[in-house]
Ligand binder design. Structure first.
Ligand code: APR
Ligand code: PHB
Length: 393
């Protein structure tokens, strides 16, 4: 039998950043993760960090490699009707930027720093379950491995940072939660290619055949995406078909796509999803366990980090003054940002993708919107301030 102040379920961006924020305040926590260390460190996920996220990681002392290896981008390109239009973040937001640095690298840095500080992460935790959420002493039951005895970790608080498919949210009675969701009738086919990025900055391309995105992980690695049907089978996409489609959808005067060996490919579902409230008794949900955004605009990781920043502040207030004030408003505070970010991700998705239900009017309207965003300073500024990250509360 063990105890800790905060039991954290999940070693994704939400759980690990929370553990560092708490440690900095002298608050003890245990992170329980069902996968292996290698698995969480190698998972190919997002790669765009908002200025807020970069500043926080730097502040936590885990930003050194990010500063060395990350690529700072001061704008993005919107491409439509074969022409590129730059959105200049630097000028539109007063010098804010984004950093391209893979989530997997962020995770490695966070895990290394936590273990170096002698703080616990239990990888490959089996049969994780959460209990007594409404009482003063919630607990997490788990096994260190398949053959060991079940253990119980008693906590003051539990942070459910275990993603969309985790155990924390399903442990809350259904009637205590309301779900808001919107599906999209398409997905993204993503590749990682050993090819220098064909553009300095990210390119979001609107095309009659569907959306395409040029992103990157480093100066040697391109990350590219194609909108595809929701039920697409990756086996129907041999490498040459992928490159052909990317060339078509990203085509632009005087520009060529650099190609190279495809190292990894996969299909990402798209959905907008929110659960309210993000708290039940002493269980607090953060990150993907509470909300999912479609990847257009790259907000998932950044929103997870914003949640745990609010949660850490609330928990710190509890230990320093005994007040539950910030804990009680945790969900409302997070949800204000969550809905603004949901709006932005939905809007970017709607503006850039081909919806089969759209008629000719809708397609012209989309082009009108892209024209507006790239020709009106007010509209471009709205995109820019959301993309680099809205101010923290
Ligand atoms: N017990 C312990 N850990 C679990 C359990 C469980 N029952 N279920 C899931 N996990 C772990 C997962 O293996 C994963 O490592 O919880 C972690 C959740 O991490 P993420 O899914 O990355 O979620 P989050 O930290 O909220 O970050 C959200 O990261 O991966 C992206 O698309 C995601 O951008 C979004 C952001
Ligand atoms: C990525 O590089 O994986 C990426 C970039 C921008 C997005 C989504 C994903 O909008």
């Amino acid at each position: 039998m063990r105890r800790t102040q905060v039991g954290i379920v999940g070693a994704g961006p939400a759980g690990l950043v929370l553990s560092h924020l708490l440690y900095r305040q002298g608050i003890e926590s245990v992170v329980l993760e069902s996968r292996t260390r290698e698995y969480v460190q190698e998972r190919v996920r997002a790669g765009v960090l908002e200025q807020n996220t970069v500043d926080l990681l730097t502040d936590l002392g885990v930003g050194e490699r990010m500063r060395r290896e990350g690529l700072v981008h001061r704008g993005i390109e919107l491409r439509f009707q074969g022409r590129g239009h730059r959105i200049d973040f630097d000028e539109l937001t007063g010098g804010r930027a984004i950093t391209i640095y893979a989530q997997a690298e962020v995770i490695k840095d966070l895990i290394d720093a936590r273990l170096a500080a002698g703080q616990p992460i239990v990888f490959e935790a089996e049969n994780v379950s959460v209990h007594n959420l409404e009482g003063p002493r919630p607990s997490i039951q788990f096994r260190k491995d398949k053959d060991s005895e079940p253990e119980e970790l008693f906590c003051d608080f539990i942070a459910g940072c275990d993603g969309f498919h985790g155990v924390c949210r399903p442990s809350i009675p259904n009637e205590a939660l309301t779900v808001y969701e919107r599906g999209y009738p398409f997905a993204w086919l993503g590749i990682l290619a050993e090819a220098p990025p064909s553009s300095e900055e990210l390119v979001y391309s609107h095309h009659d055949r569907g959306f395409a995105l040029l992103s990157m992980r480093s100066r040697q690695l391109s990350r590219l995406y194609l909108q595809c049907p929701g039920d697409e089978n990756i086996n129907d996409w041999p490498d040459e078909r992928i490159w052909q489609e990317l060339r078509t959808r990203l085509a632009c005067d005087g520009w060529t796509l650099t190609e190279g060996p495809i190292l990894q490919k996969g299909i990402t579902e798209m959905r907008s999803w929110v659960v309210e409230p993000m708290q039940f008794g002493r269980l607090f949900l953060a990150g993907d366990s509470a909300h999912i955004v479609p990847p257009t605009g790259a907000k998932g990781l950044n929103l997870a980090v914003a949640d745990v920043r609010i949660l850490a502040r609330a928990i710190a207030e509890f230990y320093s003054s005994g007040s539950c004030g910030l804990l009680d408003t945790y969900s409302d505070t997070c949800l204000r940002r969550v809905w603004k970010v949901q709006r932005f991700s939905w809007w970017m998705t709607s503006m850039l993708h081909r919806f089969d239900s759209d008629n000719a009017f809708d397609r012209r309207r989309q082009l009108g919107e892209l024209d507006y965003v790239t020709s009106s300073r007010a509209a471009a500024q709205s995109l820019a301030e959301n993309y680099v990250g809205l101010p923290m509360e």
